[in-house]
Design a protein around this ligand. Sequence first.
Ligand code: CMC
Length: 392
Amino acid sequence: TGYITYDPGFVNTGSTSSAITYIDGDAGILRYRGYPIEQLAQNSTFIEVSYLLIYGELPTPSQLEDFTQKINRHTLLHEDLKRFFDGFPRDAHPMPVLSSAVSALSTFYQDALNPFDEPNVELSTVRLLAKVPTLAAYAYKKSIGQPFLYPDNSLGLVENFLRMTFGLPAEPYEIDPDVAKALDLLFILHADHEQNCSTSTVRLVGSSEANLFASISAGIMALFGPLHGGANSAVLEMLQGIKADGGDVAHFVNRVKNKEKGVRLMGFGHRVYKNYDPRAKIIKTTADQILAKIGVSDQLLDIAKELEETALSDDYFIERKLYPNVDFYTGLIYRALGFPTKFFTVLFALGRLPGWIAHWREMIQDPQTKIGRPRQIYTGEKARDYVAISER
Ligand code: CMC
């Protein structure tokens, strides 16, 4: 079988070529389809960025109108799918609930599962972008025992999601434009990040020609882990822990440096960025603005800032090139917007969805794609003879 390269964690292995997202980790550069993340954050919208990632170009006004309308037409869930939520315990974590629900979509749309039928892939794309926010809102409603709200398709994608999440049937829900804008921005910043763990999972599952729903359901579960998307919840739990211990930041940093089991500075470090994560830079400046605008002061923000300052001037972190990543400040913003900690990673999934779809589509259309099937270095027993049970 020849020579096998051993590369745990795929630190040096390019698994694919891709034309979607460019990262220069040393320079702290992130671009979607060539457009700098800073310009998109400043000027674009999540729906436009979704179009850009999936189709490769910014939409013209009529393309954007058409895309938005298509998504609006598909936000409803099948009534039977609503009952699906009854099967979970009320305190279920919303990530496995969301992943299961996305997996279940492949049972409702069996007519559109052929990965090589382009109109059907198009339809599945639209269905996912439209229905995942509804599923996410219902996972939340289920967890707090409130009734599900039907989508209101006169609203934009983010506004609709906010209303289905926080609204009540008997009351009009007033959307705070600052809140909607903040969430839209966070979704833009999360929309793609090339071959991260969840996107690689979507590609690997999809490389077996599994359908788009199945592949994305797997990606959601990869995102769940605390070293990946789950870090945004873990950061908040870490900050709350420091606060409960009397707010001693230096003491916590020492525990991290001593490598106490299970103690990492969550929201710090990145496989690719060995310089400040450009997304964290944008989020940090907007965190202050957003918290001030919606009138929330948060002691945890002060702890986060002190933690960041302490770490950035400490040799342990300097030597290892550990900087804040996208997850360091997002939890504080989500909390200020009213989301419970458990729900933060679901918000990451909503943001990452267009990236996963774009990669799956790129993978399926790429003539170079082969089924993902890594090799291994075998370290087990050499050949030996079977021993009868009576002789063991
Ligand atoms: N706190 C303390 N030490 C760290 C941290 C951290 N957050 N991150 C890395 N290190 C140390 C690590 O112990 C190792 O030290 P040594 O050389 O002495 O063994 C060195 O830095 C290199 O780390 P690594 O674990 O080999 O790096 P990696 O590229 O495999 O891991 C990472 C990247 C993001 C998983 C890791 O930095 C980490 O666990 N960070 C905390 C979790 C987190 O914030 N994840 C979100 C990532 S960004 C968005 C996303 O993907 O969701």
